[in-house]
Design a protein around this ligand. Sequence first.
Ligand code: PLP
Length: 411
Amino acid sequence: MDRFIKLERQYCARNYHPLPVVLHKGEGVWLWDVEGKRYLDMMSAYSAVSFGHSHPRLVAALTEQARLLAIPSRAFYSDRLGPFLEKLCTTVGMPKALPMNTGAEAVETAIKAARKWGYKVKGVPAGQAEVVVCKGNFAGRTTTIVGFSSEAQYRDGFGPFASGFVTVPFGDAAALEAAITPHTVAFLVEPIQGEGGIVVPPAGYLAACRDICSRHDVLLICDEVQTGLGRTGRLLASDHDGIKPDGLVLGKALGGGLLPVSAFLARQDVMNVFNPGDHGSTFGGNPLASAVGQAALELLEEERLSERASEMGERLLQGLRALRHPAIRDVRGRGLLIGLELDPAMLPARVFCERLMAAGVLSKETHDTVVRFAPPLIIGPQEVDFALATIAVTLDAGTVRVPAAADHMIV
Ligand SMILES: *Cc1c(COP(=O)(O)O)cnc(C)c1O
C-alpha cells in the first residue's frame, strides 16, 4: 500500500489529496484495495460510474469495439457515431449533439455555441456577448471555466481570465432577470450544484429561469454533467421542473464508467452556428466512445436506473435524516446525489471520510463540511442499509470501528 502512495507522491503532481487507500479492482458497487479489503463505493468517481464498476455489457461493448476500430478521427465518418448520437438525441429529446470527451470540454463547447449564436442569430454586437453563471458553480478546470468560478482556490494564480461572464446567486430567479442585458446570450446553470456542496435550489427555480430566458431570448443551458442520466431519480434533473433547456451538457456517466465521453446538445438554430473547422476534438465521438456511450444509454433505459435512483435515493435520504446526530447540520439531495453536511468543529468532513474508509465505505468530502453520497445507480437496498449502518456507527462511536476482517476479504 505505502509503496504505491509513495510512488504517486513522488511522480504525480499534487493536485489531489486522495484518501489513503490504494484501489486495485472494482465490480458493481464494490471496490477492493491492493490488500484485498472490500469497500462500498458511495462516490462512483464523482458520479461517472453510475452503472457500477466493470459492467459486463459495457466492458463487452468496449472490448469488441476496441478490436474492430477505436480511433479513426472525425476526418472520416464511422459506423458508430451516427447510431450513438441518434440514441442520445432521442433519449434526451434534443435534435443535435456535438460529441466531446470531458465535461469541461463540453461546457466550453456550450459557451462557444452560445456566443456564436448570440452574434449570428440574436444580433449581439461583436465581442460583447455575456453569459450569466451562478455563484458556487462548478463546470470544470479550464482557464475560461475557472475564470467564472466563485471559488478562490480554483482561480488563484491562474489568471488573466476570459471576460463576458456575470455571476448571480444560485436559486434566485429575480437576480437572473436583473442581470440580463441586451448582450446576454445564455444562462449556464446546474439544476443541483454538485461540487458546490450538493445544493438543491428552491422548488420552481428552474421553471422560473426557463420563463425568464424565453422572455429575454437568452439560451437556458443546463450543465447536467453530474446530475444527468438518472442520477437524481429522473433522466435529467431538469425533468423534475418539467422544463426543457435550449442547451444541455452531459458527461461523466455517459462514458459508462469506462471512458471520458461528453456531449453538448442543443436546439437546431444553436447547433447550426458551427461550420466545419469552427470547433473540434481529436478524440470526440470516436467509435470506442460511441459504442460505450450507446450501450450505457441502452442500459440506463433497460435497467430503469432513474427509477432505481429515485427509490434507493429515498431510502438513503430517509435513513440519513433519521440519524439525528449532533454533528449533522443538514441532509439534502435528490435521487442518489446526496450531501451530508457536518459541523466541522465537531467532525470535519475529511476526518469522517477517513473513518468511513476504515469501516469499509468510500466517499469524499466536498468543501470541508459536506460528505457526498453518490453510489452507482445499480445499488440495492441491502447495500444502502450497509452504508447507513456504517455511517451511523462511524458517527456514534466518534472512533473507528472496523468490521470483522472476514466481511472484507476476498477469499
Ligand atoms: C464534473 C463536472 C464537470 C467537468 O467534468 P470533467 O469531465 O471533470 O471535465 C462539469 N460540470 C459539472 C456540473 C460537473 O460536475
